[in-house]
Structure formats: C-alpha cells, structure tokens
Ligand binder design. Structure first.
Ligand code: PLP
Length: 284
C-alpha cells in the first residue's frame, strides 16, 4: 500500500519514517496534531484544520509559523504522491529534539510529521445502525481545546468503553455536564432542537462539529450550543457522535438504555445526508 510519510522535509514509505527518541513529542507528548480526510482526491476543510493547528501551537507557545504556512500545500503534495483519492491524513508538530528536561530549551527546531494512510474503516455499518456508548467521568486534563498528542486519558477511556462493548466513552464533568466523547464531539436532539455543549477550554472545537452546526442552521434546524446535563442526555430523542473519521454516527444506546426510540432518528439521518453532500462539494 502506498502509505507515505513526510518527516522534516523528506518523503518516505510510512514504515521507513522515524523521529529521534529525544524528540519532545515522544518524551513528553509536547506536540499538537490534526487528523484530516480526503474525499475524491480533495482534502476536506483543510483551511479549518490548519487554522486549528496554528491555534493549538499558539496555546502551547510552539513557534512553527513557517511550517504551518506551507502545510496545506505539503498535505496536498503528500496526498498526490500517495495516489490515494480517499485517505486519512495526519499532521503532527512537536517542540523538537533536545536533551530531556521539562523546561523548554531555547532555539528548538520543531519536528513536523505528515502521514497519508488508506481509510481502513469507513464506519458504514455503524452509521447505518447506530452504536452503543457508555457515560464516564471526564478524567482528561483541563485544556481539551488544545489538540495535543497527550492522549493517555482518552486511550484509557476508549479502552474501558471497548471492554464494555461500547463504541465511545461519552464524558461528563464533575457537575454531571456533557463535555464530549473520548475522540468525538457529541450532539443530542431534544424536541426538534439540535444541541451540543458550548465551546470552552474543556472541549475540542471539532471541525465536523462546526460544519454540522452550519449545515443545520442552513437547513432551518434550530440549534443551541449550551450546557447539557447527564439527565438531558438520557432523556434525549436522538444522540450522535461527530468527527473527521466517523463523520456522523448515531448513538442509540447509552449505559444499556435506549436513547429515544433506540434507533437513528430523523434529524441525525438528515445531517448524515447533508454532511455526505458537503464533504464532496466543499469549495476549495
Ligand atoms: C477529543 C476530540 N473531540 C472532538 C474531535 C472531533 O474533531 P474533528 O471533527 O475536527 O475531527 C476529536 C477528533 O479526533 C477529538 O479527539
């Protein structure tokens, strides 16, 4: 398979791509990343992903303006070289290579890694039938708005969900309010209104989330970004998860109890269709 990588200026087959063991991304998770998707040879919403990466860099005070400026072109070139038309693209910028010390040494050169991989899982069955989720307490750090590679809490939450037969861990803060999924944003529908938690330091401003909010507004679906309690999630008519890789995925059972009718609802279905149309007709 033509899975490829680009590391600090050099393209190679993915399995031949390496970074130093002294890289701060490896040592500390001192790094930020993006996951993007290409449909029909075009990278979906690449500008929004690049903007978010720039913001993540700013929030961790990682200076990588030069590489971020070229990123959109580099991703396009990487996709072209891979010869995939549909693919998952990954971009990671780390603080760079240095002798291990928590303090950030001056003058580091950031490490930049891009990869292009085939899409192994399209989640078509899950999108059609819906998935099971479990509610867990949000044990991640307080800056979920930063798309950092520090993903240990998410890994453990996702593993716990998988061991309980659930697709995703839906997370609640100490006040029993919905934050997001371990790797997805969460939406519910209550009496015809599409609802999702308002953006804060605690949750990632998902590109899919934002696109869906815009599509819903255009389609005349009432939308709120607000605090949502665990009780409101349990009582919702519909629930779905959203991200670049899973797109729009109905969640039909939470903690063993059906959400609404226990099958994908009409607003979820409508948004799935709008989203599929949008990713293929996105203005470049
Ligand atoms: C914690 C978290 N929330 C939300 C998302 C969805 O973001 P996006 O729609 O930009 O893929 C992700 C994506 O991986 C994520 O890791």
């Amino acid at each position: 398979l033509p899975d490829i990588a680009w590391v600090n200026g050099r393209f190679s087959p993915l399995e031949q791509a390496y970074v130093s063991v002294q890289d701060r991304g490896f040592q500390f998770g001192d790094a930020v990343y993006e996951v993007l998707r290409a449909y029909d040879g075009r990278i979906f919403a690449v500008d929004r992903h690049v903007d978010r990466l720039r913001r993540s860099c700013r929030l961790i005070r990682l200076q990588a303006a030069r590489i971020i400026e070229c990123l959109s072109d580099l991703l396009a070139e990487a996709l072209h070289r891979s010869e995939y038309t549909d693919a998952i693209l990954y971009a990671q910028i780390t603080r760079g290579v240095a002798r291990r010390s928590h303090r950030i040494p001056a003058g580091l050169q950031p490490t930049c890694v891009l990869t292009v991989r085939s899409i192994e899982e399209t989640y078509k069955l899950e999108q059609a039938n819906g998935v099971t989720v479990i509610g867990l307490s949000d044990i991640r750090w307080a800056r979920g708005e930063i798309k950092s590679t520090n993903l240990l809490a998410s890994v453990l939450l996702k593993q716990r969900a998988a061991e309980e037969g659930a697709f995703e861990a839906v997370l609640f803060n100490g006040r029993d309010e919905l934050t997001e999924g371990a790797s997805t944003n969460v939406f519910i529908v209550t009496a015809g209104r599409l609802r999702t938690p308002a953006l804060s330091e605690r949750i990632l401003a998902g590109v899919t989330r934002q696109v869906l909010l815009e599509l819903a507004e255009k389609a005349g679906i009432p939308v709120s970004q607000e605090t949502i309690t665990c009780g409101e999630v349990v009582a919702a008519d519909e629930m779905f998860l959203a991200s670049t890789s899973i797109e729009v995925l109905p969640a039909v059972v939470m903690d063993g109890r059906p959400i609404g009718a226990g099958r994908p609802g009409p607003i979820t279905r409508h948004l799935q269709q709008l989203y599929q149309r949008a990713v293929r007709n996105w203005p470049s």
